[in-house]
Design a protein around this ligand. Structure first.
Ligand code: GRG
Length: 308
């Protein structure tokens, strides 16, 4: 039988490319099925949801969730509904982030943003629908896991979207925009809530579903908080260093606006060193899990080495 991607052997080096490829098909199929219109009346809103959900994101959150579940002996099937739900939450946050009342962006991943295609009204509603569907998805489709674990995942997801998560982080971000004197602490707070929290829920939920103990879930949360922050530092660095083609958006936009970024506060080289330090600290958290952590460790490196 074909070895599963998780059978990491000491003699064969782990290949992240192969691992990501093995996860891509199942994730894309599950995402596509999750927003299919079942009645003609929902065709328009489902088309708008699908337009953004299937627009070629990196799928980091679903992959983190599956990898964490498998690290503790769980299966891909156990974590897939949660993986899909997290990508739905991520996607709806991007749709709302791009709206004229927020960042007012016309391009996302090199394509017109949702509201440019479907109008602001439908884009808002598609985001709302995706958010509520994400919770329904976990509750309805998670199989082979006890109800208390599913409830734990739903609670984590709820917190990550609310005032102590994406929404709160976005409000603080809007408040700080253009405000002189935004500090490193402010920036860190924004990024923990806007970015790191959802990555943290991805890893922690996968761990919970896979059967991790509370202390193991905690180690996973520390790992994910560090990679989440590093992810955002890397994003700010890429915005300075990458071409628009790499990013599929207007490179250097944050440079040109008065948005506070890590390179602006720390300088480029120190920002790179900070991202690397966060990744090293993250990887230490997974030391107790040995070879079983290979996929998550490789994803951590990818987060700072990526080109988009
Ligand atoms: C969640 C209720 C609710 C409202 C949304 C707009 C908003 C509140 C929050 C903004 C969240 C936001 C846009 C955070 C930035 C996250 C981030 C780092 C996005 C880029 O993630 P990637 O690189 O994107 O994983 P891809 O394109 O690969 O999917």
């Amino acid at each position: 039988p074909r070895p599963t991607s998780l059978q990491v052997s000491a003699t064969q080096p782990f290949s992240l490319d192969e691992y990501l490829l093995s996860k891509k098909g199942p994730i894309e199929s599950a995402l596509e099925a999750s927003v299919k219109s079942r009645i003609p009346q929902t065709d328009k809103i489902c088309e708008s949801m699908s337009y953004s959900l299937m627009a070629g994101g990196k799928r980091i959150r679903p992959v983190l969730c599956l990898a964490a579940c498998e690290m503790f002996g769980g299966t891909e099937e156990m974590a897939m509904p949660t993986a899909v739900a997290l990508e739905m939450i991520h996607t709806m946050s991007l749709i709302h982030d791009d709206l004229p009342s927020m960042d007012n962006d016309d391009l996302r991943r090199g394509k017109p943003t949702n509201h440019v295609i479907y109008g602001e009204d439908v884009a808002i509603l598609a985001g709302d629908a995706m958010l509520s569907t994400s919770f329904e998805h976990v509750a309805r489709y998670t199989k082979g896991v006890s109800a208390d674990k599913i409830l734990d995942v739903i609670a984590r997801m709820g917190k990550s979207v609310g005032a102590e998560g994406l929404a709160g982080g976005q409000v603080m971000d809007l408040e700080c925009e253009g405000k002189p004197g935004t500090t490193l602490e402010d920036l860190k707070w924004i990024h923990i809530h806007k970015t790191a929290t959802l990555l943290q829920v991805a890893v922690a939920s996968g761990a919970v579903l896979g059967g991790a103990s509370p202390s193991e879930v905690e180690a996973c949360e520390k790992f994910a908080m560090n990679i989440g922050l590093a992810f955002q530092v890397a994003d700010d660095i890429l915005d300075v260093t990458a071409s628009s083609e790499d990013l599929g958006k207007t490179a250097g936009k944050d440079e040109a606006t008065d948005k506070t970024t890590y390179p602006k506060l720390l300088g480029l080289e120190e920002s790179k060193a900070y991202a690397r330090q966060l990744i090293d600290e993250a990887k230490e958290c997974l030391a107790p899990f040995g070879d079983r952590a290979a996929p998550l460790l490789a994803i951590a490196d990818y987060i700072v080495d990526r080109k988009n």
